[in-house]
Design a protein around this ligand. Structure first.
Ligand code: SAM
Length: 248
């Protein structure tokens, strides 16, 4: 099936569809995302973490749509006193890849769960920090609203959050080149190097539909959080960050 047929026939926002997609991407995810983004993904993860407020020693961070945990080194480097990270991902294979990588020096501080962020029953108010890197684009607007409610629920009063996602840099002079790369070139490169696969290429469709994190920012505000929306590199990514106000 071509990508256009896939878009027409499948509900690309169905959590089961998304989980299958990332199951198929899991073994190549780390190197492919780094190479295909020309290393920008690394810079943007670091910038996402930099938008979090410094928590108290022993604090708990929740990493949503964690994939294989690529943001953890950034998080633990910036906040060495962090107590623990609870991470979750809906893709069972991404979860297995992540667990496989947990045998590093930080293993005792990280828990990785295979779970749907929209339905997670992690305890309310457990998190001093909530973060997510590149996990928003596979949610439609209604799902983003549900996710915003989950983030507000998980955060302690005074806790901070930061989310970043690849976006569509509308109005940028070089946008046609960026779109050509995502929509035309990347699918060809993927087909060639990954034996006909067209899974990573779905990023073109997802980022076009996602636009920017503006809707997520509105949803987080509506959920009672204080929110800042920020473009990164001419809007090729956007972040939303902020905190849960303490009750007077
Ligand atoms: C592009 S990857 C990002 C992974 C990682 N955070 C990073 O920085 O590379 C997006 C991840 O979101 C996960 N995901 C998508 N929908 C989800 C959901 N409803 N609940 C939990 N994880 C989800 C996917 O399985 C995938 O691993």
């Amino acid at each position: 099936m071509t990508m256009a047929e896939t878009e027409q026939r499948a509900d690309i926002y169905d959590p089961a569809y998304v989980a299958d997609l990332f199951d198929r991407c899991s073994s190549n995810y780390r190197w492919w995302s780094a190479v295909s983004s020309f290393g920008f993904i690394y810079i943007w993860r670091r910038q996402c973490v930099a938008l979090l407020q410094a928590p108290k020693p022993g604090a708990v961070a929740v990493d949503l749509m964690a994939g294989t945990g690529e943001v953890w080194p950034h998080l633990l480097r910036r906040f060495p006193d962090l107590g623990s990270i609870t991470a979750l991902d809906i893709s069972h294979r991404m979860h297995l890849e992540a667990v496989d990588r947990l045998h590093g020096p930080y293993a005792h501080r990280i828990t990785h769960l295979a779970a749907n962020a929209l339905e997670t029953d992690l305890p309310s108010g457990m998190a001093d920090q909530v973060l997510s890197t590149f996990g928003l684009k596979t949610f439609n607007r209604d799902q983003q609203t549900v996710l915003a409610g989950q983030i507000a629920r998980l955060l302690k009063p005074g806790g901070s959050f930061s989310l970043i996602e690849a976006s569509d840099p509308k109005g940028w002079l070089l946008r046609p080149i960026y779109r050509f790369y995502l929509d035309r070139l990347l699918p060809r490169i993927e087909r060639f190097f990954l034996k006909g696969a067209q899974d990573f290429s779905m990023i073109g469709t997802y980022t076009r539909n996602f636009g920017s994190a503006a809707h997520m920012a509105d949803a987080l505000r509506a959920a009672g959080l204080s929110v800042t929306l920020k473009p990164h590199f001419f809007g090729c990514a956007t972040s939303v960050s902020g905190f849960k106000p303490k009750a007077d």
